[in-house]
Design a protein around this ligand. Structure first.
Ligand SMILES: Cc1ncc(COP(=O)(O)O)c(C=O)c1O
Length: 464
């Protein structure tokens, strides 16, 4: 089917947005003088300019123009309890009031307790903390290559592991290329990296088997997200996870789960445990950081040992690793999630399903076929994640990144940019068409999302 051109609709939405957000527009003009594109993270810089916020609490953020925006992005999916949950902010306020808070360059008991808690909830034997998910996946790659003495890293097309060399291949769908999910995503990478990364298809155990048969003796690790986030909000199948475990073991490669999104998102621990598959290494960040910069590599003691003295892998965490305030936020958050696991996860799961249905119905009433992904499955019974896709052919299942990210199959511009702007006019913020439901969202908020989508559909339909 022919791709749609949304230029006219985008211009109309942008003009209306500009009229109702003059303060954010003015700050953006100023921002452009000093910040590249007006900020430091491209995904936050929606066009024509982002809302500049002044406060964030629970399900809402307030912007410079006084809009109370219902937020489903929630800190890049990190804020499972909503923005600035008192359980964390009060713990931090107490710490800062008692001369503990900023970096000291020493170590303390809290990081021991945080590591114990993380290991007990994930089945890992050892953990080392760092400060971003990108660093965690990079260190997991160093460890895998160091441990196996092999060079190659296998990942899935559409998998995002942050901005580190081995993660920057095969992230975006390049419709114009014969290797749609194998392109290098950044200039400036060491040239060898392109030859060290092999891309396979998510949820395709047959292809995985063939890849291992062909390259198995050179593969250091197979890294993937058991719940594919930016690739389309798609859960791995149990079959794929078990095949990955078996094949990595058979071919002497390490299995690395990137749980930066999934860790503590679907239960108070790792998604690996829900599947009953233990990886050799896993990376965590987002939810387990409690809103602060915390990330971890956790896994087998014999592999993690390489990060230690004499181990030969330079994984030293960084100046701000185990920042006292970050460790406090992380420990407080994980402890809270463990204590409230039985109520929190079923509640946000039910709300997320109501949200998916409300969004699908709102667009179908407006004559636009919409399909939400991220639904709970047998293996992952509690999913609070959701994305919306607009397949050109309504019968498209939207169950692989080759479909959800391919503009010839799904209207990616509509879900990623047009819808975002149209919903912002309704004071609702979404990313990739929806986002993550948090413990701070209510049924009324989900009903409001449904109304906002109906209004957005009314604006969009005449221009399709
Ligand atoms: C699955 C996954 N891995 C790694 C990263 C990188 O984490 P960070 O942004 O903390 O560097 C992200 C970030 O979105 C992610 O979703």
């Amino acid at each position: 089917m022919k791709r749609r051109n949304h230029a006219k609709l985008r211009a109309l939405l942008a003009a209306e947005y500009e009229r109702r957000s003059p303060r954010s527009a003015a700050i953006h003009r100023e921002a452009l003088q000093h910040l590249v594109d007006g900020g430091s993270h491209t995904i936050r810089l929606l066009q024509p300019f982002p809302p500049r916020i002044t406060a964030a609490r629970g399900a809402f953020v307030t912007d410079e123009d006084g809009h109370q925006i219902l937020d489903f992005w929630q800190g890049h999916y990190a804020n499972i309890l909503g923005h600035n949950p008192p359980v964390v902010t009060e713990a931090l306020a107490r710490a800062f009031g008692s001369r503990m808070g900023l970096q000291t360059g020493f170590t303390d008991a809290l990081q021991v307790q945080t590591a114990e808690l993380l290991c007990s909830r994930t089945g890992a034997e050892r953990v080392r903390f760092t400060s971003s998910g990108s660093l965690a996946t990079m260190y997991a790659t160093f460890l895998s290559r160091g441990f196996t003495g092999r060079e190659m890293v296998m990942k899935v097309g559409g998998g995002w592991h942050g901005a580190q060399p081995w993660g920057l291949i095969g992230v975006d769908y390049h419709a114009e290329s014969a290797h749609s999910f194998e392109e290098q995503e950044s200039r400036g990478l060491p040239p060898a990296v392109a030859d060290q990364v092999i891309v396979t298809r998510f949820n395709d155990p047959e292809m995985l088997k063939k890849m291992f048969e062909k390259h198995g003796d050179r593969i250091a690790c197979f890294i993937f997200e058991p719940f594919l986030g930016s690739g389309g909000c798609l859960p791995a199948t149990a079959e794929f996870l078990h095949a990955a475990r078996e094949l990595t073991r058979k071919h002497g490669a390490l299995l690395v789960f990137d749980e930066v999104i999934s860790g503590f998102r679907f239960c108070a621990g790792s998604i690996a445990r829900l599947f009953g598959v233990q990886p050799d290494l896993a990376t965590y960040a987002k939810v387990m950081g409690g809103g602060m910069p915390v990330a971890a590599v956790a896994g087998r003691a014999d592999v993690m040992k390489l990060a230690g003295r004499g181990g030969g892998v330079k994984f030293s965490g960084g100046t701000y690793s185990c920042h006292p305030a970050s460790m406090l936020a992380s420990h407080t958050m994980m402890e809270h999630l463990v204590a409230h696991e039985a109520e929190l996860y079923p509640r946000i799961t039910a709300l997320a399903e109501t949200a998916r249905q409300a969004v699908e119905q709102a667009f179908s009433a407006g004559g636009i076929a919409a399909r939400c992904t991220g639904r709970s499955s047998n293996a992952i019974p509690s999913s609070s994640m959701a994305a919306v896709h607009f397949p050109h052919d309504p019968a498209t299942p939207c169950d692989s990144p080759e479909q959800t990210r391919n503009p010839d199959v799904c209207d990616v511009e509509l879900s990623d940019t047009v819808l975002q702007l149209a919903l912002l006019l309704e004071d609702v913020f979404v990313m990739h068409g929806l986002g993550a439901v948090s413990g701070a969202h209510s049924e009324a908020d989900i009903a409001r999302l449904g109304t906002a989508c109906r209004n957005a559909a009314r604006r969009i339909t005449p221009y399709l």
